[in-house]
Design a protein around this ligand. Sequence first.
Ligand code: GLA
Length: 454
Amino acid sequence: MRRGGRIKKIAAILTCAGMAFAAVGCGAGSDEQGNGAETVQTAESEPAETAEEGNVTEEQDATQETEQAVVQNPQEWAWDAEDEETLRCAFAKGFGGRAGVCVPMAALTDAARMEIVKGQFNSVTMENEMKPDTLLGNKPDIGEDGFPVLTFTVPDMMMKEIKAYNDSVEKDGRKLMVRGHVLVWHSQTPEWFFHEEYNVDKPYVDQQTMLARMENYIRQVMEHYEGADSPYQGMIYAWDVVNEAVNDTDGGMRTDSSWFRVFNSSDFVEQAFVYANRYAPAHIKLFYNDYNDTNPKKADGICKLIEQIKANPEARIDGMGMQGHYDMDFSDVLFKQAAKKYAAVVDEIQITELDLKASRGFDGENTEEEYQKQAQVYKSLYDAVKSMKQEGVSITAIVFWGTDDRHSWLQSANAVGGSADGTRVQCPLLFDKDYEKKPAFWAFVDDSKLEPAE
Ligand code: GLA
């Protein structure tokens, strides 16, 4: 990939960050505590139409030349009174990581929701807008080189908004860095991508052709966001390179996947990390991401896969994304066991899609009781994160899969991993349906405010 001097400069600034994320911190005197679907899976499925490109003014366009040279080491961030009682400040101090949230395009026009995003977080994952089905579209648009032309209109509306916001805030700890999600996934990838002549009626392509398509896809994405002319250089700090390639039964490869059907092995996963390494600048951390991540058998299967990736000198994998679609039976013991297994293979762990399905008997009525129980489960998870940090496990972000209960994907039925069945109300997040803070919020920010556990 052609990269100009500017991007090298950004990478240099961010290197300290990367090191800090991987180990304890590069700020002198910092301590371990960190002082300083085939169907779209969302409660609000329509992605782009709601926001207008006109949202972005010419002045904002003019600022695109500004570099996003954000200091990435949470221990170096300065905070003031405004940051007290925020997740981003609590996380920087509690375990030295980012506070993230998943945001769909529709949220951009919901001022109250954006207040939560900008007021609490410093990492954003787009719910659907960077997925292959958005970039590739329903129908193939094939360029002269024979590869699909990617369309970035939808994610870029979000990137522009995020960039404009970032340019307006001074403190690095308040800037919203982006987790790229996702490059290679069996779901939400158009089926035509896998077939000869991009035609679903034709057979699958051979492996070499598929590898060429994969490489081209990853190269286009990286050049778009990190190329010398990109206004978005430095905004993305991590990419989920491969999502959900391991099955839930025995930890072997998922077979209900067109990626798997073409390759009939785990080679495509390894190769995705070769290409991501080839085209991504060093400051972007490369992740494998999966759900059911505390299941011991699946964790072993995932470790086998990520060890395979690590063993390839042309590949790079920096982290394991534990999606964290948990429920009220969450076990901090299993969570720690799994996280430690992953941390023995890769440098860092992130919880990338955290939410909690409600107790089995919850009927949506006795919310206070459920909220208290839920807060205790979240507290046990957060205590585990902080204690593992003490033990040297590098956890660099906790990302919630949504701002508030009203907009959670768990409110509707879904067949994919970690989902809910749509039969009852869910209350999975830290803010309720009216955007008010729940006890679960305090489990992370100030647990002295919680009622004592029963
Ligand atoms: C998986 C994916 C996410 C999202 C959720 C459901 O976990 O990784 O992108 O689709 O399912 O919303």
